[in-house]
Design a protein. Structure first.
Length: 360
């Protein structure tokens, strides 16, 4: 186990947030070109909590949970506020083949605003390691069709929720941090599909139809770049039983114009939101991996491949951090002002055209 003391983590957190939000100030943003026009214009001083929050951030790394039922050891990384708890808990599910280290910048931001963010490494990362000779496409196809991987991911999340007391015993600094009555689940790509499975998505496999992995202990969900119908056992009715609060998020340069919106469209009304960020690609939301000031992008079909200007990524991350904290505040902290901000489509109002926002 690697436990960074809060003071050291504060320094690390400041370094990360400086990279993440270098453009945030009381007078708004001045962004260098080239940027999508809308991203260059929005003013963060009007967005909801666009700046890092009041807490310094501690990080507990190299943790594990053992699941004897599955004969599985789940690696974990935890970001937590340095202050008296309890704090709402968010479990974050990475994309296909990823690890617990994904989306660290966003989790630092959440923790600075009073949330504990727990990141597992799922079984498909081991699959990626074991099948190094396989292409990304081949590994992706396995992840789309192997229902045992889907269930392994949802089992990981349920195990974490059931093991919060054990984690407090492993890491004394986490004692009293977990509010187990206010739990959220978030994820990106395959992790977004995982989050929505825990929310109650109905899945079809070769053996059964309308399988649900819903965990009623989870109160709210964020799905970044979720799958539409036709993948991972999803049909157009897959999401029609999800009644808990959900926000889905996508970029305008991802696959198609509506594919990532299908889960939102398929869910019944009531505390449901969808945000589209102008100029964002599938990997724009993850931690920046820069190359000469640009984020290295991956895409297929010509539309999504290529580097992305670093300032664009900073702006996208600002919008993601602000809007996601508004959602967690509304549904894990019962903050009425945050809920009003979302219902009024605040991200679109103050995003100066960089955001299209839906609510129902």
């Amino acid at each position: 186990m690697n436990l960074k003391p809060p003071i050291l983590s504060l320094i690390c957190g400041l370094a990360l947030t400086t990279a993440l939000w270098p453009l945030v100030n009381q007078n708004g943003l001045t962004l260098p070109n080239p940027l999508p026009a809308a991203l260059a214009q929005f003013q963060t001083n009007s967005l909801y909590k666009a700046q890092p929050g009041p807490y310094s951030v501690g990080v507990a790394d190299d943790l594990t949970l053992n699941d004897s039922r599955r004969n599985r050891t789940v690696p974990l990384k935890i970001y937590y506020p340095d202050g008296p708890g309890p704090f709402p808990v968010i479990v974050f599910s990475h994309g296909g083949g990823g690890t617990k280290d994904a989306f660290s910048e966003l989790s630092f931001f959440w923790a600075s605003h009073g949330y504990v963010s727990i990141h597992p490494t799922h079984l498909d990362h081991d699959l990626k390691r074991e099948q190094q000779g396989s292409s990304r496409r081949e590994l992706g196809e396995i992840a789309k069709t192997d229902s045992t991987l889907w269930q392994s991911r949802t089992d990981d999340i349920s195990l974490i929720i059931s093991s919060l007391g054990s984690l407090e015993q492993q890491v004394p600094a986490l004692s009293g941090k977990f509010d187990n009555q206010h739990i959220g689940v978030a994820g990106h790509s395959f992790g977004a599909a995982t989050a929505l499975m825990v929310a109650g998505t109905k899945i079809d496999t070769n053996q059964s139809r309308d399988i649900s992995f819903r965990d009623p202990r989870v109160k709210a969900f964020i799905a970044i770049s979720p799958d539409g119908a036709g993948q991972r056992g999803l049909d157009p009715d897959a999401w029609n039983q999800i009644t808990t609060p959900v926000m889905t998020i996508a970029g305008s340069l991802e696959r198609g114009d509506t594919f990532r919106m299908e889960p939102y469209q398929g869910m019944p009304p009531g505390d449901k939101y969808h945000m589209v960020v102008d100029g964002a690609r599938h990997y724009s939301f993850n931690d920046a991996k820069t190359d000469g000031g640009r984020q290295r992008g991956r895409q297929r079909g010509g539309r999504r491949r290529g580097n992305q200007d670093g300032s664009s990524v900073d702006a996208i991350h600002t919008l993601l951090g602000s809007t996601s904290v508004a959602f967690w505040d509304a549904y894990l902290m019962q903050n009425g002002s945050a809920k009003q901000y979302l219902a009024a489509k605040g991200p679109a109002i103050f995003g100066a055209g960089a955001v299209t926002f839906f609510a129902k």
